[in-house]
Design a protein around this ligand. Structure first.
Ligand SMILES: [Zn+2]
Length: 364
């Protein structure tokens, strides 16, 4: 069965799946019958009210797995020039929240898999919810063993259809400093938690990871993203928190980094992980990545240089859950457009992504 990937992207953009709250279920319910009609065995699983993952399988044996997320980020405060849920196409650009990140990728994967449904190849589509807030849907699928076996994973996140061999990991930490409250006129009677947090933040500015840069990803990074503390101007604050966003490269142990951060900030600071997603890297010289690269070159006429992404994807959860299968990140849409006001995806990129995915299925 054949679908128009552009019309399908428009339909998906018109389904509001902003996360929070997510509401991926109505999107999954829209896609499930399309896939069932093409001969896929479709399973929808819930990971909360209105929250859903969809897994669709065809063929026997370890599958070529394609994955994309159904949720989007919120709209932001700035007004949109185009209806964020309209899917309007203007001058070759399809506009809307999630057009780029990543309903175009989901549509292209579905259309490619449907077009190759008669090939006899084992293909599994995994459409997740809750990716934008930390791969919650993928985690639920992995924890409940709902993925099945795969020999390759293709993640359709926006890469402007470039061939990406991996991405950094993410470790988001919340640090909480405690003190003793007192009247603001008698600070010597209290213990100021904001001072402790401030010292911790300043200490982290000079934090060194002591790891060699990855040849493609470069060095790990650290950013203090938020700080909050105190209740009112005339009290000594007894609580202050700050959050830290660390992006890691292969070979780094997240638990060890958490310990090092704990030593660097003020003693007694409580550190909790908000998001803990490992990096993903597939050897570009491995036979399966080479075959994927050959398919990519055949479909696009462009070379496939060795590249990585800074953002994380569901592959941080799915790739280890699948036994560290070779993983490619390749999808339509300029990654710089993701999460932006007036987000769009070039229509031509959606068509090309279908061609890339079809060639990958044919050659796998
Ligand atoms: Zn995304």
């Amino acid at each position: 069965m054949s679908f128009d990937p552009i019309a399908l992207t428009q339909e998906l953009v018109r389904l509001d799946t902003r996360n929070p709250p997510g509401r991926e279920q109505h999107c999954a319910e829209f896609l499930a019958p399309l896939l069932a009609d093409c001969g896929f065995a479709v399973d929808m699983s819930s990971f909360g009210p209105g929250r859903a993952n969809l897994v669709a399988r065809i063929g026997e044996g370890p599958a070529l797995m394609f994955t994309g997320h159904l949720d989007t980020v919120p709209l932001g405060a700035a007004p949109w020039t185009h209806d964020p849920f309209g899917g309007d196409i203007v001058a070759g650009r399809l506009y809307g929240r999630g057009a780029c990140d990543m309903k175009a990728g989901v549509a292209a994967m579905l259309v490619a898999a449907a077009a190759e449904a008669g090939s006899g190849k084992a293909v599994t589509l995994v459409f997740t919810g809750g990716e934008e807030t930390g791969a919650h849907g993928a985690r639920a699928l992995a924890a409940e063993h709902l993925l099945g076996a795969a020999r390759l994973l293709v993640v359709g996140e926006p890469t402007a259809n470039r061939f990406i061999s991996g991405h950094k990991g993410a470790l988001w930490l919340e640090a909480c400093c405690s003190g003793v409250t007192a009247h603001g006129s008698t600070p010597h009677l209290g213990e100021n938690a904001v001072y402790k947090a401030a010292r911790g933040v300043v200490a982290l500015e000079g934090f060194g990871f002591n790891v060699a840069p990855h040849p493609i990803m470069g060095s790990p990074t650290l950013n203090v993203g938020t700080i909050a503390g105190g209740a009112n101007v005339n009290s000594v604050p007894d609580r202050a928190t700050f959050t830290v966003d660390i992006r890691t490269v292969p070979g780094m142990d997240h638990a060890r980094i958490g310990e090092q951060i704990g030593v660097t900030v003020a003693p007694g600071t409580e550190i909790a992980a908000l998001v803990d997603l490992p990096s993903v890297w597939s050897d570009p010289d491995g036979p399966q990545m080479r075959r994927l690269a050959d398919a990519y070159v055949a479909a696009t006429g462009r070379p496939a240089p060795v590249l990585s992404a800074n953002y994380f994807t569901d592959a941080s959860v799915l790739t280890p859950a699948l036994g560290n299968v070779p993983t490619l990140i390749c999808g339509p849409g300029d990654p710089a457009m993701a999460h932006k006001t007036d987000e769009y995806c070039e229509v031509a990129m959606i068509e090309e992504a279908v061609a890339i995915y079809r060639e990958i299925i044919r050659s796998a």
